[in-house]
Design a protein around this ligand. Structure first.
Ligand SMILES: [Zn+2]
Ligand SMILES: [Zn+2]
Length: 168
């Protein structure tokens, strides 16, 4: 359950403990989906008139290609989240703030869970720290053994690519 009754929050904070399933219709094409579900936890509390604050964490696993050898790599994602909801009409210029429609009856955390998840999933993981990646010349997977390309050239390219950092 990621949906909360706003009026109950006026009296007391709610415990957040729910899951956003990988098959939830909120995901859109191209999203990095979780393996099964994103688990959301924490507290949702009143933070002023018409304002609510979710402080907690999201957790899940994703399968992302290794940035060096492109092998599917399972990564655990665990991230603290701090999300503010505010009713429309206030002067809100902070993009981190989720705007609620006036007199909203419920707060659904699902859109925030999705966005926080997408921000938290590492886009360029490595399958292991010493992954040798692919030969930039012939494309051979170097974890399986050296290819027959001249090693000096390969090494320099590899260093250059690592130095740039992004590798995309
Ligand atoms: Zn790798
Ligand atoms: Zn090669």
């Amino acid at each position: 359950m990621l949906s909360f009754d706003v009026r109950s929050l006026e009296d007391q904070a709610a415990t957040v403990d729910g899951e956003l399933s990988a098959t939830d219709p909120i995901w859109t094409e191209g999203d990095m989906l979780p393996e099964s579900a994103v688990h959301a936890t924490g507290r949702l509390s009143l933070a002023g008139p018409g304002r609510y604050y979710w402080s907690g964490a999201i957790e899940g696993t994703a399968t992302v290609p290794c940035r060096r050898c492109l092998t599917d790599t399972t990564v655990k994602v665990s991230e603290d989240v701090h999300v503010l909801y505010a009713e429309a009409g206030d002067e809100i210029d902070d993009p981190e703030v989720y705007v609620l429609p006036p007199r909203a009856r419920t707060i659904d955390l699902s859109p925030a869970v999705r966005e926080q998840w997408l921000l938290a999933v590492p886009r360029f993981p490595v399958c292991r720290e010493d992954c040798k990646g692919l030969c930039p010349t012939c494309g051979a997977e170097l974890n399986a053994g050296a290819c027959s390309c001249p090693p000096a050239v390969d090494a320099r390219w590899a260093e250059l690519r690592t130095a740039r950092g992004t590798d995309n």
